[in-house]
Design a protein around this ligand. Structure first.
Ligand code: MF3
Ligand code: CO
Ligand code: CO
Length: 268
């Protein structure tokens, strides 16, 4: 049974605030991402910013969906071949690493969920290309969000771009409805067929968060119970926004002054 919630005007206003705050954590942490810093230090900085400055709650901390032990940190940091849910650790970042930082805050009972890719120093040409194409893939998905379109339309445009350049879309994780709950219905797959799946209606809020591998789609779970990597150890990238279906199109809720702009032209 799918229970997709339609948010009221009051709820949407709270989602806007939560989305902006989540994005502002990424703005805040950006200047700290440099060779030599550890992902644990990034976690502590973000945690303190959320709790002490924003007065938000870091949703990942102790999050324990069924089948998982409680997540031990306040942010997810996924480096290089790590796809998602990387646990911040004492390992230092080094020049050339690419890193996804995924932030989810709870503000006034509502969630905002967003992630970006970061370059540690200078990335390789291949790493930069993967991050840029994944960013475009997310935005192509966002731009087909409007009432009357279907979830399959989102997945289709993301899959089409990724596979046209020889990349692959991770199947095991997807975007999700979001609101009072971190993960609600519907599931937002990042692959699919046009015109299939749930029809979009005004007031729905969900994330679009494609995970794209430079190599094959297969994944591996690390023994820490959370971190997911590519099976072939190829690089992986991910970007995430929380979006609202409006009366005639979409509104990105996870925006702030430091959020990279929507592509002016699609390059790939
Ligand atoms: N923020 C992730 C998402 O986009 C979920 C992280 S769950 C955690 O859905 F427990 F790993 F934090
Ligand atoms: Co999410
Ligand atoms: Co997220």
């Amino acid at each position: 049974m799918k229970k997709v919630t339609i948010k009221s005007a009051q709820e949407i206003e709270k989602m806007r605030v939560a989305g902006r705050l989540a994005s502002e954590v990424l703005d805040y942490i950006t200047s700290f991402v440099k060779p030599g810093i550890t992902t644990e230090e990034l976690d502590t900085l973000c945690h303190n910013y959320m709790v002490d400055v924003q007065k938000t709650i870091p949703a990942p901390l102790n999050y324990a969906p069924s089948g998982h032990k409680p997540y031990p940190k306040s942010i997810c940091t996924s480096v290089n071949n790590q796809i998602c849910h990387g646990i911040p650790s004492a390992k230092q970042l080094k020049n050339g690493d690419i890193l996804n930082i995924d932030i989810t805050v709870i503000s006034d009972g509502y969630h905002g969920d967003t992630s970006r890719m970061f370059y540690v120093g200078e990335p390789s040409i291949q790493a930069r290309r993967l991050c840029e194409i994944t960013y475009e893939a997310m935005w192509r998905g966002i731009e087909v969000v409007k009432p009357g379109n279907h979830l399959g339309d989102i997945g289709h445009v993301i899959q089409k771009l990724a596979e046209s350049v020889g990349y692959s879309v991770v199947r095991e994780f997807c975007g999700h409805g979001i609101g009072e709950k971190f993960h609600e219905d519907p599931q937002v797959l990042h692959y699919g067929k046009p015109g299939t799946g749930l029809e979009l209606k005004p007031g729905m809020t969900f994330t679009i968060e494609p995970m794209i591998n430079a190599g094959k789609a297969a994944i591996r779970h690390l023994p820490d119970g959370w971190t997911v990597t590519t099976k072939d150890n190829s690089l992986s990238a991910q970007w995430e926004h929380t979006v609202l279906v409006t009366d005639d199109s979409y509104e990105v809720l996870t925006v702030s002054s430091g959020a990279p702009p929507k592509p002016v032209v699609y390059r790939f």
